[in-house]
Design a protein around this ligand. Structure first.
Ligand code: NDP
Length: 295
C-alpha cells in the first residue's frame, strides 16, 4: 500500500482564499480591515523567513499588516512597552511576537503581556485555559491546522486512538486538547515514555512533533494509520547542495504502511500561516462583537 498524500499546501491556499473573502465582507459590511502586528526581535534567520512569509500572506489576504523589527539588544522592558501600545491600538486585532526571543528576555512574560483577545498565537495563559475548558479562546495555529487537515481527510474523529509524540506548549499539548474535544482517545508521549514504539503502534492518528529528523520508523506505525508530520528539520549539506528539509517521520518508508500522511515540506507548515490569518479574522470579530464570516 502507498499512503495518500495530505496536501496541506492546497488546503492552506484554499483557506487563505476564504480568509480573503471574509476580510472583504467585513470591510464592506463594517468598514474595517483586520490588522495583524508582527514583532521580530533580533536576526534569527529562520524567524526572518517565517515573518516575511506571514507578512506577505497577511497583505495578500487584504488585511492590514504592521511590522516591528527590533534589534537583538532590545530590553524586556522595551518589548513589553511595545506590546502594551499594540494592545491599546484599536486598529490592531492580532499581535504575534515571533519566538524564540533573545535569551535575556523572559518569553512567558512577553507572551502573557499580550491581550488575550489579540493573542492570535493562542499561547497566553487565558487562551490555554479556555482551550482546555470551553474551547472558546484563540487556538494555537499549528495544532489547529493539524485538526483541520485531519477532519478534512477523515471527517468525524470520534473514537479514534490518537497518539502525539511531543508535549510542547505550542504543539503537543494543545494538539491533545483539540483531539480530546474531537472525541478521540488521546495519548501524549515524550522523551521519557517507555516503549514509544508500542504506544505509536496503537495509533489510528499519529502526530509527530519532536524536532528529530526521520525519527518515526515504519515499524512503529499501525497499518492504515493517518500520520501528521509537524517536524521541520534540515539535513546536513551534501557536497555543494544545501541539506534538504525533512520531517520527524521516515516518510519514504512510512508511506508503505500508513493510509495517509503529510509531506514535509508542503504538509502541516503552510497550515500554520493560514490558521494565523484565520485567527486574526476571528479575533477582529470577537473584539467587535460581530458574527464571524464563514472561512
Ligand atoms: P520542542 O522541542 O518544544 O518539543 C519537542 C518534544 O519532543 C518534547 O516534548 C520532547 O520530549 C519530545 N521528544 C524529544 N526527543 C524525543 C524522543 N527521543 N522520544 C520521544 N519524544 C521526544 O519542539 P516543538 O513542539 O516546538 O516543535 C517540534 C517540531 O515541530 C520541530 O521540528 C519544529 O521545528 C516543528 N514545528 C513546526 C511548525 C510548523 O509550522 N510546521 C510549528 C512549530 C514547530 P520532552 O518534553 O520529554 O523533552
Amino acid at each position: 500500500m502507498s499512503a495518500k498524500l495530505i496536501d496541506g499546501k492546497a488546503f492552506a491556499d484554499g483557506l487563505i482564499k476564504r480568509v480573503g473573502v471574509a476580510v472583504s465582507k467585513l470591510n464592506n459590511r463594517y468598514n474595517f480591515k483586520p490588522g495583524l502586528a508582527v514583532v521580530l526581535v533580533g536576526e534569527n534567520p529562520a524567524s526572518e523567513v517565517y515573518v516575511k512569509n506571514k507578512i506577505l500572506q497577511t497583505e495578500k489576504s487584504g488585511m492590514v499588516s504592521i511590522e516591528h523589527r527590533l534589534p537583538e539588544t532590545t530590553s524586556e522592558k522595551e518589548l513589553l512597552a511595545l506590546v502594551k501600545s499594540l494592545n491599546e491600538d484599536d486598529k490592531i486585532d492580532g499581535i504575534l511576537v515571533q519566538l524564540p526571543l533573545p535569551k535575556h528576555i523572559n518569553e512567558n512574560a512577553v507572551i502573557n503581556s499580550i491581550s488575550p483577545s489579540k493573542d492570535v498565537d493562542g499561547f497566553s495563559i487565558p487562551n490555554v485555559g479556555l482551550l482546555s475548558t470551553s474551547g472558546e479562546g484563540l487556538i494555537p495555529c499549528t495544532p489547529l491546522g493539524c485538526l483541520l487537515l485531519l477532519q478534512d481527510h477523515l471527517g468525524d474523529l470520534t473514537g479514534k486512538n490518537a497518539v502525539i509524540i511531543g508535549r510542547s506548549n505550542i504543539v503537543g499539548k494543545p494538539m491533545a486538547q483539540l483531539l480530546i474535544k474531537a472525541n478521540c482517545t488521546v495519548t501524549i508521549t515524550h522523551s521519557k515514555t517507555k516503549n514509544l514504539e508500542g504506544e505509536c503502534k496503537k495509533a489510528d492518528i499519529l502526530v509527530a512533533a519532536i524536532g528529530s529528523p526521520l525519527f518515526v520508523k515504519k515499524e512503529w506505525v499501525k497499518n492504515g494509520a493517518v500520520v501528521l508530520d509537524v517536524g521541520i528539520n534540515r539535513l546536513p549539506p551534501e557536497g555543494d547542495k544545501k541539506g534538504r528539509l525533512v520531517g520527524d517521520v521516515d516518510f519514504e518508508n512510512v508511506i508503505e504502511i500508513a493510509s495517509a500522511i503529510t509531506p514535509v515540506p508542503g504538509g502541516v507548515g503552510p497550515m500554520t500561516i493560514a490558521c494565523l490569518l484565520r485567527n486574526t479574522v476571528t479575533a477582529s470579530c470577537k473584539r467587535r462583537n460581530i458574527n464571524e464570516p464563514e472561512m
